[in-house]
Design a protein. Structure first.
Ligand SMILES: NC(=O)c1ccc[n+]([C@@H]2O[C@H](COP(=O)([O-])OP(=O)(O)OC[C@H]3O[C@@H](n4cnc5c(N)ncnc54)[C@H](OP(=O)(O)O)[C@@H]3O)[C@@H](O)[C@H]2O)c1
Length: 369
């Protein structure tokens, strides 16, 4: 790869991609889109994030100001004239407002700003591959199914959050408006922790499992399965999709698939073992949302100081997702030579270790930006 451009490298997935790319000798040069006031600050932001992925000092010092392209996707026009973009051969576009909250920037960044950026890159003569990081959830999967990759779109009303609607919309716009773009769309399932660093890079979504188990009741059945992958596996797959000379498909799940997905009862058991506690499965209750609302006065006792309304909002949103019991087929990715991911329960102890001293309200902030 001559010149790899990564967006979102101060974040969870993009940071994991960069951490891996830095030790990949087949990559000649790396350019990073970063929001910062100066290239120096950009370098600092990137290095601080890389440190959470266990990168050595030697790897951290590989990043310098020449790697930084200052820019904000909410104001794409301010950076799209940078000449360095014309020399890019490969892109991993991981930047987005990845929030289940009501963030006014979701549409402006994930759709409008991203489309301007994509159009600019579609005009780059030497561009070999543009890997866009979407989300498997943007297809609004049917409950209880093994989902295969597709570009079928569901209407906005069927989306649980504006985030998945924005991700579904940009994919359609890229395909319609940039037919010449060498586009591959990656659909990660649910990315939780890192197989070695646990939740050090991010506590995103991990807190949901702890929140439900601390409560002893939630909206899913313990028999249901969830499709979880660690971020380092996701990064490895994104780089494979970027480097593979020939790809026969446009959309690839990066997922645990049917066999790699995990039942909540297994998660309970593994989490309890890591915390040296009893599993909650003997007294767990599957309840609907109204039952969770009735227990709101207990939240402060269970979770410590918290905003009851935000806790309920989190329970309703993530509760709906938890009841889906969907798995995303990873056959296409495995057919490319990717090995199956580690199972969530095989590294959950590292996630528990890192988050042990944090409260749920502290851990959940990352998903309600
Ligand atoms: N995490 C998951 O479970 C999961 C699952 C499936 C798909 N995905 C997808 O993976 C991608 C990355 O998600 P993530 O979990 O890594 O999110 P994240 O940790 O919140 O990182 C988001 C990245 O995007 C950057 N960004 C946000 N707004 C920007 C803007 N206006 N201009 C430029 N950069 C901007 C952030 O930069 P700052 O640091 O400056 O804010 C950060 O580097 C997203 O497209 C998401 O849809 C995530």
């Amino acid at each position: 790869m001559k010149s790899l451009f990564i967006t979102g490298a101060t974040g969870f997935l993009g940071g994991a991609v960069l951490a891996r790319a830095l030790s990949d000798t087949s990559i000649e040069s790396i350019l990073l889109l970063v929001r910062a006031n100066s290239p120096k600050e950009g370098v600092e932001r990137i290095r601080n994030n890389l440190a959470k992925f266990g990168c050595s000092e030697t790897l951290l010092t590989k990043i310098n100001e020449r790697n930084i392209l200052l820019g904000d996707l909410a104001y794409s026009e301010d950076f799209l004239n940078d000449d360095r973009l014309s020399g890019v051969t490969h892109v991993i576009n991981s930047a987005a407002v990845a929030s289940f909250g009501d963030n006014a920037l979701i549409w402006k960044v994930n759709v409008e700003g991203t489309l301007k950026f994509v159009k600019r890159m579609a005009d780059v003569a030497g561009l070999v591959r543009f890997v866009h990081v979407g989300t498997a959830m943007s297809c609004v999967p049917e409950a209880g199914t093994l989902v295969t990759e597709s570009m079928t779109r569901k209407p906005e009303v069927e989306h649980l959050v504006q985030y998945t609607w924005s991700k579904s919309t940009i994919e359609q716009l890229m395909i319609e408006q940039c037919p010449q773009l060498p586009l591959v769309i990656a659909h990660p399932s649910i990315v939780v922790g890192h197989s070695e660093e646990g939740c050090r890079p991010s506590s995103s979504i991990f807190w949901v499992f702890r929140m439900a188990l601390m409560l002893g009741k939630f909206m899913c059945s313990l028999e249901d399965k969830i499709d979880v992958i660690p971020v380092d596996y996701c990064a490895e797959a994104l780089l494979l999709l970027t480097k593979s000379a020939v790809l026969s498909e446009t959309v690839y799940h990066i997922s645990a698939g049917d066999t790699g997905s995990t039942q909540f009862i297994e998660i309970d058991k593994a989490m309890a073992a890591a915390l040296n506690q009893q599993p909650v499965s003997s007294h767990y209750q599957q309840v609907d949302y109204s039952e969770l609302v009735k227990g709101r006065r207990e939240f402060k006792t269970i979770y410590g100081p918290c905003n009851e309304r935000l806790m309920l909002r989190a329970m309703r949103l993530y509760g709906e997702f938890s009841m889906l019991n969907v798995r995303f087929s990873n056959k296409k990715l495995l057919d490319l030579g990717m090995s199956p991911p580690p199972r969530f329960v095989d590294y959950i102890n590292r996630c528990v270790e890192i988050t042990r001293d944090f409260s749920i309200p502290e851990l959940m902030k990352v998903d309600f930006k």
